[in-house]
Design a protein around this ligand. Sequence first.
Ligand code: UDP
Ligand code: MG
Length: 317
Amino acid sequence: MKNPLLSIVIPAFNEEENICNTARVVEDIMVKEQIPYEIIFVSDGSRDATFAKILELAKLDTRIRGLEFSRNFGKESAIFAGLSAIRGGCAVVMDCDLQHPPKTIVEMYRKWEEGFEVVEGIKNTRGKESPIRRFFAGLFYKTLSALTGFDMENTSDFKLLSKNVIQVLLDMPERKTFFRAMSFWVGFRSCQVHYDVADRAFGTTKWSFFKLMKYAITNIMSYSTRPLSLISYMGTASILVGVVLGVQTLVRWASGKALEGFTTVILLLLLLGGGIMLALGILGGYVAAIYHEVKGRPRYVVRLDTDKLLTQGDSDE
Ligand code: UDP
Ligand code: MG
């Protein structure tokens, strides 16, 4: 029989107001539904009392465990750290602010009991967001879906994975991970559940616009090399334009009207200069990605672990 324990992985960055509330809301639901569970909070180098709160809860309740990173490594790293610490037969990854409704976890768990190995949470609506953010998020997912060939629209990090799938993800050697797309890439028996994004319980969003743009660009680059072929297309297009303009220039020269056209020269210089810089930038991006992978540094560094702290505490007594 498979291990029925459900592990709930919750990345948390400066979420001191949310920890206790989130743990309580999850407990209420899991107890009511009689689902055996554990919560693994991963504090992503929080600068407030997040980890202190986690430790407080862990002392009172053995179902609650937690890790603290040595600095802010990002949500992706926090997710992977949590997944590598689970004891359950399956794990759900959810946000700390209850924007991912815990009720949906029950639905995901039932699907897992039916035999599904990956249960994707799909957003019905994107919740409250500024129009600019919505526009860029739309653009990001459209680009990503086109590049990966998976329909990634309205996907999120809210999903359930079976232990065997998690093992496959953990065994992947890449340093720059993109959890959301990797769960599609691995395949397995998967299904979807839909949910409405709730309002943030407490506090404010931990993502600045700049951080999100960087996230979008790194993920597209780590997932696809198509921007590289784009450079060759741009090059081909500019050669074609060059041939046409070259013929025109020769004709003008032959007919003795060659001294005009400085505007064209300036425009061409600007356009080609910009194109070359962009191309170099794209190449540079991939070189940087290779550089980071080759260094092979760990995805995160754990500073504190409630399991270790609490067993040490016991032996001291
Ligand atoms: N988060 C994290 N590390 C970060 C930024 C965010 O672990 O560097 C966590 C955060 O604590 C939350 C989840 O990722 O549990 C989603 O973040 P947030 O709610 O701020 O993002 P939004 O819902 O606004 O997209
Ligand atoms: Mg949120």
